[in-house]
Write a protein that binds this ligand. Structure first.
Ligand SMILES: [Zn+2]
Ligand SMILES: [Zn+2]
Length: 268
């Protein structure tokens, strides 16, 4: 019961696109600072969010040790984050100190420690390195990549500690082959049942209109996430989604889905 309660409490961090919320709220739910592999100090990221008029910023630092600042980084991150929160009290910005936590297996394993588990304010669950394969995707057939990605997503959906799912299908889509629409829809359907938010992330899903439409049809909780590593990327997901929601981009699905730009393994 506690976990269900916990999940319900987090629903306010996300939104459902419907008659009461026809546009995308001013939120950025996926950003990295110096504490992991982002290019700017945390304070700078928060300042940029304020300048942009965002009302919510969820920081989602990586937990893969090679992507972080090293020993003790998590304590420093939480301490500075709370300090900054004190300094911006009175400003209209909800700063949430979250983590982007990857799966380590297909049965509930996540890459984090007890301190992270106990203190983190929002858990963005991710499929990054495929369990059993690591970062190296060479030699994987499209079918294998789709299967690994999908099983990873199912593991996240089964995990009561996950609040939102980062870039569903994204690693498969960006590095191997388009992730099938029917599996994405299955993930959305299960996410609705479990009150987990689905991230819509233009860095991985393009064009985004069909995905937004799918989330709207299923009444899914949406988490707009840009995977912002640089200041200029903050708020991008919201901008792209708002162009679609306001009808400035048609809901056509005929634009060819591209594999992303190769990308560096650390930009996840
Ligand atoms: Zn990320
Ligand atoms: Zn990621």
């Amino acid at each position: 019961m506690h976990l269900i309660h916990n999940r319900r409490r987090k629903a306010h961090l996300f939104f459902t696109l419907d008659a009461t919320t026809p546009t995308i709220p001013a939120m950025e739910n996926h950003a990295h600072s110096h504490y992991s592999d982002g290019s700017s100090p945390l304070a700078q990221v928060v300042l940029t969010a304020l300048e942009q008029g965002l009302t919510q910023l969820i920081m989602t630092e990586h937990t893969e040790p090679q992507l972080t600042q090293g020993n003790g980084w998590f304590g420093d991150y939480m301490r500075e984050g709370r300090e900054i929160r004190g300094m911006i009290r009175g400003r209209n910005l909800n700063l949430v100190l979250g983590l982007e936590v990857p799966i380590t297996d297909f049965s509930g394993g996540l890459l984090w420690d007890e301190a992270m588990k106990g203190q983190v304010e929002c858990v963005l669950g991710a499929v990054h390195a495929y369990p059993g394969h690591g970062w190296n995707l060479t030699g994987l057939s499209p079918e294998e990549a789709i299967d690994l990605e999908y099983r990873g997503l199912l593991a996240l959906l089964d995990n009561p500690l996950i609040d939102a799912i980062a870039h569903p299908g994204g690693v498969c889509q960006r590095y191997v082959t388009p992730f099938p629409d029917e599996l994405f829809e299955d993930v959305v359907r299960r996410a609705v049942e479990r009150e987990i938010a689905v991230e819509l992330n233009p860095a991985y899903l393009s064009p985004m209109a069909p995905y937004l439409d799918l989330c709207r049809r299923h009444g899914a909780m949406i988490s707009p996430g840009s995977n912002a590593h640089a200041l200029r990327e903050i708020g991008l997901a919201r901008q792209v989604l708002n162009r679609i929601a306001s009808g400035r981009v048609t809901l056509e699905k005929n634009i060819e889905r591209k594999k992303g730009p190769g990308g560096l393994p650390h930009m996840r």
